[in-house]
Design a protein around this ligand. Structure first.
Ligand code: SAM
Length: 307
């Protein structure tokens, strides 16, 4: 009787490590839907309800994100950590320069706590979408005037188009697989009309800092020393930020934030295939045509589909 090895179903964003761990811990083989011990020296053959063990819904992407990031479990901390962000200022300059004026409608995909979207409340309508219900709930309380929805930027369909589409703060980088990135660009395209401006902020190179960096957080009732380290898996182009929180009360927590790195040429390709024409790429908002010096870039494109 033939024995069949079963590949894991393709994981959702952020769950790959869990699958890899599961596979390292057990050799799972399905054999005629029966438990069977082969011989002492051979692996034990288990009938395991693989689907029920590994189905993505057991641990949806948004739960995995929060599981590995304290700031997602504490949206007030997320806001406090990002209070000094100047992203909205740069977005405004880009819209003024390349976008549709007067400012019409704005869609922010992966909006988090909607900090940036809130700066565009002069647009006649602003819609934010994020996969994490807790962040959307927090954002609704902070910004009751905004239209905020729980959704996945790979699949959400709002049935309308927008003048400006944001995907800021590395939201795109949480999609690790090529087909997910392609799906995200398809989402950008179905919510765009000719001339719509797309602004993406995402990681374009692995973070090169070798030594751990240390910092201090005293915000949102969190008092901790924070140590940040980086690792890089070139095979799958995923950069991982390892963040250790050493709280003043002696407790410790560890975050692990995995981001897909998209080279500038990849960004250009995904955008072009989806009908967007790239108009700018820079790492320093003060020097938009200079060399790319950081690991995170601004990518700006206009929707210009082939007739
Ligand atoms: C680093 S935060 C950035 C949030 C916000 N854009 C900002 O700049 O503050 C990344 C966000 O992407 C969201 N995200 C990750 N995967 C997503 C997906 N598939 N669909 C929608 N949002 C997603 C996360 O929930 C998180 O809020």
């Amino acid at each position: 009787m033939g024995r069949e090895r079963v590949a894991a179903p393709r994981p959702t964003a952020g769950t790959q490590d869990w699958y890899a761990h599961a596979f390292q811990c057990a050799v799972l083989e399905v054999h005629q839907k029966r438990y069977r011990t082969v011989r002492a020296a051979r692996p034990i053959v288990l009938e395991v309800g693989l689907r029920s063990l590994l189905v993505p819904n057991v641990n949806p992407a948004h739960m995995t994100l929060a599981e590995h990031n304290l700031a997602y479990r504490r949206p007030d901390l997320y806001d406090a950590l990002n209070r000094d962000s100047a992203a909205a200022v740069t977005c405004r300059q880009l819209v003024d320069e390349y976008g549709v004026l007067p400012l019409g409608s704005v869609l922010d995909l992966g909006c988090g706590t909607a900090r940036d979207l809130a700066e565009f409340s002069d647009a006649h309508d602003c819609v934010g979408v994020d996969i994490q219900p807790a962040l959307i709930e927090h954002a609704r309380q902070q910004h009751p005037g905004l239209d905020l929805r729980v959704g996945d930027l790979r699949t959400v369909r709002l049935g309308r188009t927008f003048d400006t589409i944001f995907c800021l703060g590395n939201s795109l980088a949480y999609l690790h697989h090529n087909e997910d990135i392609r799906a995200a660009f398809a989402t950008f395209a179905v919510h765009a009309h000719p001339g719509s401006l797309l602004i993406v902020v995402t990681q374009i190179a692995p973070t090169s800092t070798a030594a751990p960096t240390r910092g201090r957080v005293d915000a949102a009732d969190i008092h901790a020393d924070v140590i940040i380290e980086h690792s890089w898996d070139a095979r799958v182009q995923v950069a991982t930020l390892h963040r250790t929180w050493q709280f003043d009360n002696g407790a410790t927590e560890r975050d692990r934030i995995r981001r897909r790195v998209l080279s500038p040429r990849e960004l250009e390709l995904y955008a072009t295939l989806a009908g967007f024409r790239p108009v700018a790429l820079f790492t320093d908002p003060q020097d938009r045509t200079g060399p790319l010096t950081g690991s995170t870039a601004w990518f700006v494109a206009r929707y210009d589909p082939a007739p």
